[in-house]
Design a protein around this ligand. Structure first.
Ligand code: HEC
Ligand code: HEC
Length: 351
């Protein structure tokens, strides 16, 4: 009986309770019943994703900061922004975003459908008025006929715009990496160095305590105390963005807030102070710079951070004492083991 209980605990609880889990090969992205996927909806979403009408000044689309040629990120420490403002966080990749249980670095959105309207409305991103956006899209005959085909009538609403974009986002996947072939039984799929790196990743490096499953992420938040960038702390435009977001999320001392509180902003629980969501590591070679604030320009710097036992005062990580050779192999695993075959991207013709 006790043994049975232990088996149940290890299968159900260990991954969920923060003791890590195993890596899994790619599987299909889950599709919510409330937003079934059709080829026409995906195509409509692709057009909207790249349509500059979604921004207030008509200069940016979603792809500006989630660029297919930059790993669906924008290659900057802090993401791009609406003119005269500055963003305060790094643009996360949208690769395999359909697997994420929580969206944003602090997990403040729960579905792609909910998330899509945030950047449009955000004063420091697209700064668009959603009533106006609806009228702009309604005024384009091609969109009217496409919405009718996809949704059954010509009612163009912000919710339907978000549904189409979400359907497109669920097609942005990476799942044919050497790691997938290796996990399905092809023992030669990883190069000798990548295989050694895999052993560090799952063994001495303890990376699978948090980076596991299909997406190499645990859907949890951890306070690793990633350092702030002193340059960013000095910029009044970034301070304005930080305080604005904190105000919207009813953070009491928003006006004196001088750093990124992470998940605390949402839960107001002390354990979440400066905790951020574990990101996917798929295609990580293409998504530099790293961490919520882009503080590390390279994978070497990021590996160094974990080897040192994380940031000052954190209670989550311990120094790993990896050898130079182990760090090199770990990087080979991250670069080659987690990179799928290159995919040609065709940009849509915007009506
Ligand atoms: C000006 C840059 C910018 C634009 C434009 C932009 N985003 Fe983002 N996006 C970001 C940043 C920065 C974050 C992270 C913000 C945070 O965590 O607080 C983000 C986060 C996301 C996420 C969450 C990803 C994850 O892994 O948590 C999704 C999904 C997303 N954006 C989709 C979109 C869509 C759809 C559009 C267009 C409607 C869009 N973005 C436009 C910068 C941008
Ligand atoms: C305790 C959980 C935990 C462990 C253990 C862990 N990570 Fe992470 N990892 C995270 C979190 C959380 C972040 C995001 C931190 C942030 O944004 O500030 C992250 C970020 C990263 C990033 C940056 C990804 C990006 O797109 O910004 C890389 C690379 C990475 N981890 C690799 C590793 C490696 C390699 C190991 C093992 C040596 C490891 N991690 C161990 C939780 C963990």
């Amino acid at each position: 009986m006790r043994r049975l209980l232990w088996i149940v605990i290890s299968v159900i609880c260990l991954p969920a309770c923060g003791f890590g889990g195993s890596l899994e090969p790619f599987k299909e992205v889950p599709i919510p019943k409330s937003n079934p996927q059709t080829p026409e909806k995906v195509e409509l979403g692709r057009k909207l994703f790249f349509d500059r009408r979604l921004s207030g000044d008509g200069t940016t689309n979603c792809g500006t900061c989630h660029d297919p040629e930059q790993g669906y990120s924008d290659g900057l420490e802090l993401s791009l922004n609406y003119p005269t403002t500055r963003n305060w966080r790094n643009s996360p990749t949208l690769i395999n975003v359909g697997f994420q249980k929580f969206l944003f670095h602090d997990g403040r959105a729960a579905s792609l459908e909910d998330q899509a309207l945030f950047p449009m409305m955000s004063a420091y991103e697209m700064n668009q008025n959603l009533d106006f956006m609806e009228e702009e899209i309604r005024s384009v005959p091609e969109y009217v006929s496409e919405f009718t085909k996809v949704f059954g009538d010509d009612d163009i609403t912000r919710e339907r715009v978000a549904m189409a974009i979400a359907a497109f986002e669920r097609t942005i996947v990476s799942g044919d990496a050497p790691l997938d072939r290796f996990l399905r039984g092809d023992k030669d799929a990883l190069s000798p160095d990548a295989l050694k790196g895999y052993e560090v990743f799952t063994g001495k490096g303890k990376c699978t305590e948090c980076h596991f499953g299909v997406n190499l992420a645990d859907d949890r938040f951890h306070a690793l105390n990633v350092p702030e960038n002193p340059e960013h702390l000095k910029d009044p435009r970034i301070a304005a963005t930080r305080r604005f977001v904190a105000k919207v999320y009813h953070f009491e001392d928003f006006r004196t807030l001088a750093e990124d509180p992470g998940r605390f902003l949402i839960t107001k629980e002390q354990k979440d102070w400066k905790a951020f969501r574990t990101p996917t590591l798929r295609e990580v070679a293409a998504t530099a710079p790293y961490m919520h604030n882009g503080i590390y320009a390279t994978l070497d710097e990021t590996i160094e951070f974990f080897d040192m036992g994380g940031g000052k005062g954190n209670t989550v990580l311990k120094p790993l004492q990896l050898t130079a050779e182990e760090k090199r192999q770990l990087k080979v695993f991250l670069e080659h083991g987690l990179t799928g075959a290159p995919k040609a991207f065709t940009y849509p013709k915007i009506p």
